[in-house]
Design a protein around this ligand. Structure first.
Ligand SMILES: [Zn+2]
Length: 109
């Protein structure tokens, strides 16, 4: 379960380094990660840590894609077709499986 491991690692790493007073966390996941599973793993991984009660926001990061047919660039998941010509494309960036992209806190900066 690669996605579970990746989310758990992001959660544990952030929890260990988080400043006091974090109230919201934004977790960015790859399109092939189930947001429900990510949420469930996050809650389990942060239980008992200072960020256990922070609100979790999950954002799906769709990678940039480049079309084989017309070189159009677009964003989408692995199976997304080119919006211009309907052809197949390939991701041109690597999206991390799960990563904390930001947080909001009411503690000292
Ligand atoms: Zn195209």
């Amino acid at each position: 379960m690669h996605e579970r491991d990746a989310v758990a690692e992001a959660a544990v790493t952030f929890a260990a380094a988080a400043p006091p007073g974090v109230t919201e966390v934004t977790l960015v996941i790859a399109p092939d990660v189930d947001p429900d599973i990510a949420s469930e793993v996050w809650v389990a991984s942060t239980a008992g840590t200072p960020i256990a009660h922070a609100t979790l926001h999950i954002t799906i990061h769709y990678p940039m894609m480049a079309c084989f047919g017309c070189d159009q660039e677009y964003t989408g998941d692995k199976l997304a077709v080119c919006p211009q010509c309907g052809g197949d494309g390939l991701p041109t960036e690597v999206v991390r499986t799960a990563a904390v992209a930001g947080w909001v806190g009411d503690g000292p900066a």
